[in-house]
Design a protein around this ligand. Structure first.
Ligand code: C5P
Length: 136
């Protein structure tokens, strides 16, 4: 008997930091995730590097051009077969505005991180990103 193993789908997300605050995005879709907050991002497509995928996703979801920085160490399981990888991201141009998947954005200081209802699976990623990227 052969054991079949498939690589997990990689979901890339950005920890956008500006003036000591982290960008949180509220999902408007799909229904089961609507109202919950996440680090913006999405699935890597075949043939794309993670960085290319993240630049594309942030352009699509926020309408901005970004510069991808350091990976936030770690890998978080989103659901069976899906893992989340996170990078520090800086804005190059534009001002983030919700496009199709989100209906609100907030810039949060470290003290404000618990003020939004993060997706459960994003919480440890947000904590790690904040510990590394936001001022104490
Ligand atoms: O945005 P997209 O639909 O491509 O995301 C793929 C999957 O990853 C979705 O199930 C989404 O809910 C999940 N996701 C997540 N946390 C993020 C970004 C995406 O759980 N920060």
């Amino acid at each position: 008997m052969t054991e079949q193993r498939t690589d997990p789908v990689v979901v890339v997300a950005g920890a956008l930091v500006d003036e000591g605050r982290l960008l949180a995005a509220r999902r408007s879709t799909p229904a089961e995730l609507a109202g919950r907050w996440e680090l913006p991002g999405g699935k890597r497509e075949p043939g794309e590097s993670s960085e290319e995928a993240l630049v594309r996703e942030l352009r699509e979801e926020l309408g901005v051009e970004t510069e991808i920085g350091e990976r936030v160490p770690g890998e978080w399981v989103l659901k069976p077969g899906y893992v989340l990888w996170v990078w520090a991201v800086r804005l190059r141009s534009g001002r983030p505005a919700p496009q199709q998947e989100h209906d609100e954005l907030r810039w949060l200081t470290r003290d404000e991180l618990d003020s939004v209802d993060w997706l459960d699976q994003d919480r440890p990623a947000v904590a790690e990103a904040a510990a590394r990227l936001l001022p104490a």
